[in-house]
Design a protein around this ligand. Sequence first.
Ligand code: GLN
Ligand code: ZN
Length: 755
Amino acid sequence: MKTSVIGFPRIGADRELKFASEKYFRSEISEDELLETAEGLRAYNLRLQKENSIDFISSNDFSFYDNMLDTAVLFGAVPERYKALGLDALDTYFAMARGYQGEKGDVKALAMKKWFNTNYHYMVPEIDDEAVIKLSGTKPFSEYEEAKKNGALTKPAVIGAFTFLKLAKFTGSRTLSDLVEDTAAAYADYLAMLNEIGVQWAEFDEPYLVMDLTDEDKQLFAKLYKTILSAKGNTKVLLQTYFGDVRDCLNDICSLDFDGVGLDFIEGKKTLEIVLENGLNGKTLFAGIVNGKNIWRNNYQKTIELVKKLEEKCGEVVLNTSCSLLHVPYTLKSETKMADSYKKHFAYAQEKLEELKELSEILSADKPEEVDAYKANAALFSEERSGANADVRAKVAALKEEDFVRLPEFSEREKAQKERFKLPLLPTTTIGSFPQTKEVRANRAAFRKGEITREQYTQFNKQKIAECVSLQEEIGLDVLVHGEFERNDMVEYFGENLDGYLFTQKAWVQSYGTRCVKPPVVWGDISRARPMTVEWSKYAQSLTDKPMKGMLTGPVTILNWSFPREDISLKECAYQIALAIREEVLDLEANGIAIIQVDEAALREKLPLRRSDWRSDYLDWAIRAFRLVHSGLKPHTQLHTHMCYSEFTDIIQEIDDMDADVITFEASRSDLTILDTLKEKNFRTEVGPGVYDIHSPRIPSQEEIEGAITKMLDKIPAQKLWVNPDCGLKTRGIAETKPSLENLVNAAKQMRTKL
Ligand code: GLN
Ligand code: ZN
């Protein structure tokens, strides 16, 4: 049986591309040196795939920054302001990716957005009125030729015309429909060129097909591909989808002249059902059965059963990854410190190639059960895995409706809290972290490496907390924070204090451009190993009479930023984490912390792609997990939460149902449009929509902040409004933080006199 890969991580096993690119940006290496690194990585990736006998290897999956950006450039969607810089092709490309500031001009980067439901970000193509959409580049052709020279006939892959147009932003007077013909013609020219150079198979990635589609969308898709496919000649065309199922359009796909259809059997809830029902009209099925998003080993027995069913219905089946392997780390070989008892359960990108190879061998054998690889896999899956915690399981199983309900209800709590805290109108606060200086990071690193004692480490942090508290008192903030000097990000610190978490050495995954993240792994049942923040918060509270906010990350965010288990449901996992955070919350309360913030920065992120799945697949348990965290608090303890993006207009009711007492969020960058929705929906929770943008070093003036507060007061009752920056201050310097917060406090004071 043949095998296929949608794409391979290009960043390199040791993030070689990241480091080379950053050196290039700092002018430490030449363009040629960067190109050489890139070529080396492509050759290496090709060799790995060849060694594992992959039949359909993608080319053009490499990118210096992002495949969507590559696609935009390939088809001429380069906005005028970048061309006007007069840079060479590569630097124009990087100007679009990162912005440019120098002797040739000053332009911002293209917008960046999350790629469907992943943590990867793509550059949003911009089509202005000057843009002429036509085939304008050669990257897919040259990378095909390069691979050919290296001994492989690859399938060049591009983001397809439908997804490209659906995700592009039209900045001029033209709209999507004005560009359909040109785009179809450009893609047709591209396909004709592939045919001309002898390409056997071409891949068009159309993940947008797994979204909820309108009739108009379906017509657009059909129209584009009628034109495009007319140019294919002898080249066969694979329509590749991923991140879900194509329930709305499988028939449309099957009626077009595609030769192969790539479907996702991992995330596509209905993929099997619709395929068994309709078949594929004789097209080759590229069955996405090796998970491109998670790092657990494939269960061969289950996969083989699935593939056999598919073969009966569809005829030719090719074993494929469920999406590009871009979303998993590179190779387990880099995990030199991880015990084998853990490692054997994982497959990173390289090991997934081996899985495809083994599956192919097993499926081609007369007696699959007798192939060694099959036996080894079956043994692995029948083994009892470590990390079970019967106590936690029992607690989750015993949860009752009342465990998710905090009493008394919000309005009564609000009264009790106003009574207790006697805060002024428009209370001022921050989101939690204060600037993380070099010394703060050095202190953590030294402790980690065992260069200083716990005593020394703690002493230093306490010193920092004390400085932070007196700074906030000097500035005059009403609700203080300890500053979060013990953490680098929002998950790792908590993961390290929870039983059941596992940390990797090199499991880097590209997030955007040269930025990679290293998500921890939920290995076993989760429980709180020890108090996590109590000592820090208690100490901070002892230094001041003002209320000190306890500061935690919520269960949904912790889970969303980890590699989750596959042997239990996300819901079960979220409830386990919620119970652990709940213990911490109650512990903080018992230790005199009267205000506790539980951040859910990433709650919006994993909202399912289809609206019909929002509640049943996600929000129902995600909101309940959050409620479980705080339902045991006393009425006069105030529970805050924080969310990073204000893109929650669509789920405003669910956000209110989290039943926090106060929510702060990031609205300053979206022109405060969320305020209308808050008003319209009678949002009950008190809110701090963020009066200035912390993502830029500029210092907002007092007048500016008063302006923002005035706008907010238009839509939000003064009794419900908080005044705060829009996110944590961790990435800022102290130089701009202090004056910014002073202006914020003065603006609040000034506004109070008017109320
Ligand atoms: N409490 C965190 C901080 O202030 C929140 C970070 C975030 O929202 N991304 O850094
Ligand atoms: Zn934030």
